[in-house]
Design a protein around this ligand. Structure first.
Ligand code: MD3
Ligand code: FE
Length: 246
């Protein structure tokens, strides 16, 4: 088993090539939190008002975003989806991925018969839209990271959509956080450890919940097992949107 630090070095070395056309690999630690990546934590005043649930070291701020702001986020995400429509990507094997996805920022996550990767452009060649300010403000509030996220991934889950247990390990630097925001119907979120075989814990993520992945939890296996369709009134056509900034 390699240490987190070794993993960071290993991935940086192997991933730089992936982004050779870009100015930077996905994220650069020296821009963030004065280089003290290991102790990114929510700011003190934030912890004063809300104690996060610690689920295998991922921090869940339950009900962190009030309904008014949730509605504003949905409006802003509609603007994103106008410029970058939700798409249903294929895997290398040609299987359709259930989650519909779009993105904002310098990079979006895409997948096709050549595999999955971050891309600076949409499949049709258009750039991804800007990350909405409303979302960036939440990133700033929860991460203490002075950098702006390079990718704001937007996932849409319908009735039977699930996301299998996986690791987010395509990024160049795991010492930077991932911030997730849940909108719409409740979803059963599962998070384990660094190994697929590590024991996992589950929690229902609800609309307005914020999840912060830093340190050890950044490389944890995680997934979405199921939805409680119609449990939220936020999205008129039901389903769930999950936004992750990284
Ligand atoms: C734990 N999204 O976008 S959000 C993903 O609900 C992703 O759409 C799920 O997994 C969703 O990659 C889960 C919570 C989350 C996001 C990123 C993580 C948990 C994470 C990265 C590392 C560890
Ligand atoms: Fe993930």
């Amino acid at each position: 088993l390699i240490t987190l630090q070794q993993a960071v070095l290993y991935r940086s070395a192997t991933l730089l090539g992936v982004y050779k056309e870009a100015d930077l690999p996905l994220q650069a630690a020296d821009m963030c939190n004065n280089g003290k990546m290991a102790d990114i934590l929510p700011s003190d005043d934030l912890q004063d008002i809300m104690t996060p649930i610690n689920l295998n070291d991922s921090l869940i701020f339950a009900g962190a975003i009030e309904v008014e702001l949730q509605r504003k986020l949905v409006v802003d995400l509609r603007d994103v989806a106008r410029l970058a429509p939700f798409r249903q990507y294929e895997t290398r094997s040609g299987r359709k991925i259930g989650v519909r996805m779009t993105a904002a920022g310098d990079y979006g996550w895409t997948s096709d018969r050549e595999g999955y990767r971050y891309e600076p452009r949409q499949p049709d060649g258009d750039p991804w839209p800007e990350i909405p300010i409303s979302l960036f403000e939440i990133w700033q509030q929860y991460t203490d990271c002075s950098r702006k996220p390079q990718c704001c991934l937007v996932n849409y889950y319908g009735e039977k959509t699930r996301m299998g247990l996986h690791q987010d390990n395509d990024e160049a630097d795991f010492s930077l956080p991932v911030l997730s925001i849940s909108l719409g119907d409740d979803a059963l979120f599962r998070v384990g450890g660094r190994l697929r075989s590590d024991p996992s814990k589950s929690i229902w993520l609800k609309s307005g919940d914020v999840c912060l992945l830093t340190g050890q939890s950044r490389l944890a296996f995680h997934g979405i097992d199921k939805l409680r369709l119609g449990s939220s009134k936020l999205l008129p056509n039901k389903g769930r949107i999950n936004v992750t900034m990284r």
